[in-house]
Design a protein around this ligand. Structure first.
Ligand code: AMP
Length: 284
């Protein structure tokens, strides 16, 4: 496995692979890898010849400087995991490599897709995500790029950027990997205390309740959301950032519980922000 931090080294390797007509799969990450990230790698290895993982804690996507400062970094462990999974190249750039100070800042956004969910409560977040992902796409020239559906809005925003700006690649969504109790794996989970981790299991239980109440006939959207909010708020030190119901394609607020819906939440447990979502088909 190659580990490179300079753009020139990365480009040399890409040119060599392109010359050999290898297809390239790309999995961008912020490190502190867990089994969810490794699912992206496994999917990429199945679908492409060469798999690149980038590890870069991208400062421009953090709207909260404290969150950025506390973001866990475990590069040595990450490299061992990548090696054990057969990753071909890890790109590990420094901040000054991705953001040279001399460059004039640029802003990309897809306002319609960013009106709700994290786009609403984390101003500037998706601008940062789109900026770094666009740069990484140009540098890694992938045929396919793999993103987790846990970050569903991110998946939609990036898919839309690729479509709108004619990036010559396919964006593939990979299902959310969960802990035994159903909590979505996240690099942030390690910041939960034992008590908070217990509280966090309310999240998967809330999704189970959501489905159960739909199956038993609940169709009042406002009431349904209240039931789910109240359930989450039974946990100590839980603060709901948002609990929203949108359509899974345009991410616009639903007025009624019908068709296919995306139930998406962001919840602070203590000061750790966790997100999760489920697509639910509402029976007629
Ligand atoms: P991050 O390092 O959190 O920026 O995540 C890097 C990539 O891994 C993103 O595409 C995430 O959506 C994906 N990812 C993170 N957690 C999970 C998970 N539990 N299951 C599947 N993919 C995930």
């Amino acid at each position: 496995m190659k580990v490179v931090s300079k753009i020139s080294e990365l480009k040399n390797q890409i040119a060599e692979w392109k010359g050999e007509k290898y297809s390239i799969g790309f999995c961008p990450t912020m490190g502190s890898l867990h089994a969810g990230h490794l699912d992206l790698v496994e999917t990429s290895k199945k679908e492409t010849d060469k798999t690149i993982v980038s590890i870069f804690v991208n400062p421009t996507q953090f709207n909260d400087p404290k969150d950025f400062a506390q973001y866990p970094v475990k590069t040595d462990d990450d490299l061992l995991l990548c090696e054990s999974k057969g990753v071909d190249l890890v790109f590990l750039p420094e901040v000054k490599t991705m953001y040279p100070e001399t460059k004039t800042p640029i802003s990309l956004s897809i306002p319609e897709l960013q009106k709700n969910l994290c786009g609403r409560t984390r101003p500037g977040h998706f601008e940062g995500v789109l900026q770094i992902v666009a740069k990484l796409f140009h540098l890694t020239e992938p045929n396919k790029a793999f993103f987790g559906l846990k970050d569903y809005q991110q998946f939609r925003v990036i898919s839309a950027m690729v479509e709108n700006l004619n990036f010559p690649l396919e964006v593939i969504g990979v299902p959310t990997r969960r802990e035994v109790d159903g909590l979505a794996m996240s690099s942030r989970n390690v910041r939960l205390t034992e008590k908070e981790r217990e509280t966090a299991s309310l999240i998967p239980r809330m999704f189970a309740l959501a489905k159960k109440t739909i199956l038993s006939g609940e169709r009042d959207l406002k009431l349904w959301k209240e039931i789910l909010r109240d359930f989450l708020l039974t946990g100590p030190s839980v603060r709901i950032d948002y609990l929203e119901v949108v359509d899974p394609i345009e991410l616009q607020s639903k007025e009624k519980l019908d068709g296919e819906i995306l139930l998406a939440i962001a919840v602070f447990v203590g000061d750790v922000r966790l997100i999760d979502n489920q697509i639910i088909q509402i029976p007629n």
